[in-house]
Ligand binder design. Structure first.
Ligand SMILES: NC(=O)c1ccc[n+]([C@@H]2O[C@H](COP(=O)([O-])OP(=O)(O)OC[C@H]3O[C@@H](n4cnc5c(N)ncnc54)[C@H](OP(=O)(O)O)[C@@H]3O)[C@@H](O)[C@H]2O)c1
Length: 193
């Protein structure tokens, strides 16, 4: 089982619109299975997310994850949550439940950034997949509003999707990212001690 975070982001780096929707929903190319999600989900058996990302599904016209077991990190079970959804306030306990239920498939860590950071801190984030959309938003939520900039990334693959989107798949590396000192110093890597 691998835990795979996959998010869409605008070309200027926002993972939500200014009013809090995932950016792909304002893309004219958005639809069932769009942005490579159908292919991605072929190896997934579970969806994992935080309460903020989960709650809009409760008032959707259709259940967004008909083929996946659903796990939600939330301090309280949101009203109207179907019985088959596992909700827990403790990330380590939720991870144990996820592992106990696993039948060998991968887990789609849908988001948002706070929940991705939570599982990264637990050492449970295997990959970060970004789908960069061909438009600018100018404002919204950034991935690194919550996800640590110390997250180490190793490029695994990239490809162009339909309608001008680009998919970038990173393995999350144990070694960490660009250090705070390097970023603060603004020195090119070649000029650092
Ligand atoms: N671009 C994309 O593809 C994409 C995908 C998903 C989401 N999004 C966007 O991301 C935004 C939401 O992201 P977010 O980071 O603000 O929220 P989130 O991760 O969806 O949910 C945050 C909630 O999860 C629970 N939680 C997270 N970490 C926890 C921890 N360590 N311990 C206990 N509970 C924890 C808390 O629930 P309680 O408050 O109940 O304690 C917290 O308020 C939305 O705007 C959504 O549209 C974008």
């Amino acid at each position: 089982m691998q835990i795979l975070a996959r998010l869409c982001m605008s070309a200027d780096g926002y993972v939500s619109t200014p009013n809090g929707w995932p950016p792909q929903v304002v893309d004219p190319a958005h639809g069932p299975g769009s942005h490579g999600i159908a292919e991605f989900l072929e190896t997934c058996e579970a969806a994992l997310m935080g309460r903020t990302t989960f709650e809009p599904a409760l008032t959707n016209d259709f259940w967004p994850w008909p083929d996946l077991r659903v796990f939600v990190l939330a301090s309280e079970r949101p009203a109207g949550t179907p019985d088959h959804v596992t909700v827990d306030s403790d990330p380590a306990r939720l991870l144990s439940a996820l592992r106990a239920a696993n039948r060998g498939g991968d887990v789609h860590l849908i988001g948002g950034p706070r929940t991705i950071e939570t599982f990264r801190e637990l050492g449970a984030l295997d990959k970060l997949e970004l789908v960069v959309l061909p438009f600018l938003l100018g404002n919204g939520l950034r991935l690194t509003d919550a996800l640590s900039v110390e997250t180490g990334l190793e490029l695994e693959s990239s490809r162009t999707l339909d309608a001008g989107a680009v998919e970038i798949v990173y393995r999350v590396a144990a070694g960490g990212g660009v250090s705070e000192a390097a970023r603060a110093g603004w020195a090119p890597a070649s000029q650092r001690d």
